[in-house]
Structures are given as structure tokens and as C-alpha cells.
Design a protein around this ligand. Structure first.
Ligand code: SAM
Ligand code: CA
Length: 248
């Protein structure tokens, strides 16, 4: 059944109201069911503490939701990841999910322009006993990636790279991280369904930041679908995560 233009607009307005639950599922009740049945009962106590601490922060909408953290942990164990990178840390929910999933000598190179956000969550990460796995670098990720790429020894060395920072740079990140991830390794691009706005009609009443970055997310999705160096899988978990497995 095709929706009328008015119904499509209503849908997008409803989507915004529900944004707080951070899922693309149509029913809030269904999402709560997933969280309460399968996610929260298995959530590490430090992740719970970090989630609750982050809820008090004004930018808490940026945090990775608990079901996505659970997915990341499972993926990292499945691929036996040891050396990983994260671009966009905020208070560290995905970072702590990663640190808990890696073996004791696992490593995460974590980047964010804002060290204060990272330091908010750091005491919880330290208490969890996994801070030694994290090498945090403060600064714009593009220049940090350029420095890494200059050294041949860094190329093809990462098992997993999670990209969750400024969406207008995702294609620039892709050019670089594709060289840094191993053949057979994974890149995860977060927020690739951008609050559902990738299918919004041109005149939909979108919030400014959603409208601003929408084009970049759509361009990334098109580019990844055409990139023969990777196999891809777009999952409607959280705000959409696209997994790219480097094949050449
Ligand atoms: N992964 C995080 C989590 O699990 O809570 C959420 C990351 S949040 C969506 C995006 C982060 O990217 C912010 O902390 C922001 O400071 C950072 N950021 C924005 N632009 C950046 C850039 N150019 N380089 C590095 N980090 C950047
Ligand atoms: Ca995100």
C-alpha cells in the first residue's frame, strides 16, 4: 500500500517524537521488549553505570544504544578481534562494549575531538578494569588517520574499525580506514539510516541537523553499495549500522 504525502510526513514527525528510544522499529513497545528481555538482563554492570551516567548529559542522544553495544560485543568475539579503532567516542558506551569484548591484550585506538566527553566515562571504564586496552587520541580524526596511513606498518592491521563521528566526513574516513583495516576485517559505519530520513520526502519537516547531514549519509550508502573492495550488510539496529567486510 502506498502512503499519501501527508501520511509520509506524519510518519516522519512521529519518528522525531520517538527519537529518544533510538530505534527504527515502528513500535516503542517492541523495542522496550527487546531491551528488557534480551539486552538489559545481560548488560555488564559497568555498561549500565555508563549508560545511566550518560543519560544525565545534555547530548545523551549521541550515545550508542544498549542493543547496539550488545551487537558490537558479539561481532568482535565472532571475528576474534584484537586490534580495533573507534572514531567518535563521546562518553564511551561503544568503547566500553568493545573493551569488554576484546581479550586481555586487545587494543583500541580511540579518537575524539573532545577529551572531556571521554573523561566523563573514563572512571567507569577504569573501574571495569579495561582502560589499559585504550589508547585515546584527542583531535580531528582525519588528520590522525592521515598520520597513521603515512606509516606503511599500520596498513591492513585493524580487525575492526567503528566509525561514529561527523557524518559529513564518512566518505573521507572510508578512503583512509579501508587501507587500515585488514583484508577480512570489518568496518562499521554508524547511523546509516539517519533517523529514517534517508527516505523522507524532500519537503518533510526534518530537524535542522537531520536535514543537514542526510545528504552525506545517503551519498555514503550509495558509495558503499558500489565499492567492490567490501562486502556490505546494512542492519536496522540503533540508527542503522552498515558493516563492511574488506575483501581485497
Ligand atoms: N560512539 C559513541 C558512543 O557510543 O556513545 C558516540 C559518538 S557521538 C555520536 C560522535 C562523537 O564524534 C562526539 O563525541 C564528537 O565529539 C566526535 N567528533 C565529531 N567530529 C569529530 C572529528 N572530526 N574527529 C573526531 N571526533 C569527532
Ligand atoms: Ca552513533
Amino acid at each position: 500500500m502506498t502512503m499519501t504525502k501527508e501520511e509520509q510526513q506524519q510518519n516522519h514527525i512521529a519518528g522525531h517524537k520517538e527519537q529518544g528510544h533510538k530505534s527504527l522499529l515502528q513500535s516503542d513497545a517492541l523495542y522496550q521488549y527487546i531491551l528488557e528481555t534480551s539486552v538489559y538482563p545481560r548488560e555488564h554492570e559497568s555498561l549500565k553505570e555508563l549508560r545511566e551516567l550518560t543519560q544525565k548529559h545534555p547530548w545523551n542522544l549521541m550515545a550508542t544504544p544498549a542493543d547496539e553495544g550488545q551487537l558490537l560485543g558479539m561481532l568482535l568475539k565472532l571475528i576474534n578481534a584484537k586490534n580495533t579503532m573507534e572514531i567518535g567516542v563521546y562518553t564511551g558506551y561503544s568503547l566500553l562494549s568493545t573493551a569488554l569484548a576484546l581479550p586481555p591484550h586487545g587494543k583500541i585506538l580511540a579518537m575524539d575531538v573532545n577529551r572531556q566527553y571521554y573523561e566523563l566515562g573514563l572512571p567507569v571504564i577504569q573501574k571495569a578494569g579495561v582502560a589499559h586496552k585504550i589508547d585515546f587520541r584527542e583531535g580531528p580524526a582525519l588528520s590522525l588517520l592521515d598520520q597513521l596511513i603515512k606509516q606503511e606498518k599500520n596498513k591492513g592491521t585493524f580487525d575492526f574499525i567503528f566509525v561514529d563521528a561527523d557524518k559529513d566526513n564518512y566518505l573521507n574516513y572510508h578512503k583512509r580506514v579501508i587501507e587500515l583495516v585488514k583484508v577480512g576485517g570489518l568496518i562499521g559505519y554508524d547511523n546509516t539510516l539517519w533517523n529514517g530520513s534517508v527516505v523522507a520526502p524532500p519537503d518533510a519537516p526534518l530537524m535542522n541537523y537531520i536535514r543537514h547531514y542526510r545528504h552525506f549519509v545517503m551519498e555514503l550508502n550509495k558509495a558503499l553499495a558500489l565499492d567492490s573492495r567490501v562486502e556490505i550488510c546494512q542492519l536496522p539496529v540503533g540508527d542503522g549500522i552498515t558493516l563492511c567486510r574488506r575483501i581485497i
